[in-house]
Design a protein around this ligand. Sequence first.
Ligand SMILES: CC(C)(COP(=O)(O)OP(=O)(O)OC[C@H]1O[C@@H](n2cnc3c(N)ncnc32)[C@H](O)[C@@H]1OP(=O)(O)O)[C@@H](O)C(=O)NCCC(=O)NCCS
Length: 180
Amino acid sequence: MDTVRIISECDLTSEIDAAIRRTLVQCFPKDVEFFSRNRAWHGCAPSYSVLVLEGAEVIAHLGVVERRVTVGGVPVDVAGLQNVCVLPECRGRGLCRAVVSAAMDEANRRGLDCGLLFCSAELIPVYERCGWQLATGRAVVRVDSDGEEKPLPEGNVPMWYPLRMSVFPEGGVHLGGNDW
Ligand SMILES: CC(C)(COP(=O)(O)OP(=O)(O)OC[C@H]1O[C@@H](n2cnc3c(N)ncnc32)[C@H](O)[C@@H]1OP(=O)(O)O)[C@@H](O)C(=O)NCCC(=O)NCCS
């Protein structure tokens, strides 16, 4: 049985930080340059990380960015999933499901309204099987590092997960910062 750990960013050691980045580098080969130095995708640091260790290596991981966004003008406190990954040799044994589910349990304990993530179309079924729902058919606005409002990068599909909020409000999503 794999033990899923939840680590707040303030308790994350430099050893775990380096181990997470080693795993990110393997799982996101296009972004080796970034992840070999940093985990805060688009400048968005997680407030907690969920991971499974095997020895000193992180075999499954995600980060959770806590953010107040607005949906149709309504403030919504979201648990934003980022950098979800499982080492190639450990895939297909339910580790993704395990870390996603533990992340939402923790978000619920923290009193957040819902989960929010952005994924490629091929991964929609992976998250749907974990209880996530499409939040498509609406504008999603992010604010890039120059302070400019932009749409989500091409190919990103928004999905949400109900917690305190059981219905995702109608209307456009404003991320109040960059996407994660
Ligand atoms: C996506 C990823 C995290 C899934 O990890 P995993 O541990 O294999 O997932 P699980 O074992 O929990 O599998 C969940 C289900 O999704 C399916 N699945 C996994 N990866 C998939 C993919 N890339 N495309 C389609 N289906 C996929 C599995 O077959 C499994 O289906 P099943 O329950 O019917 O058997 C892993 O493939 C990965 O790290 N990919 C590279 C990084 C990435 O793209 N991350 C997502 C960023 S949004």
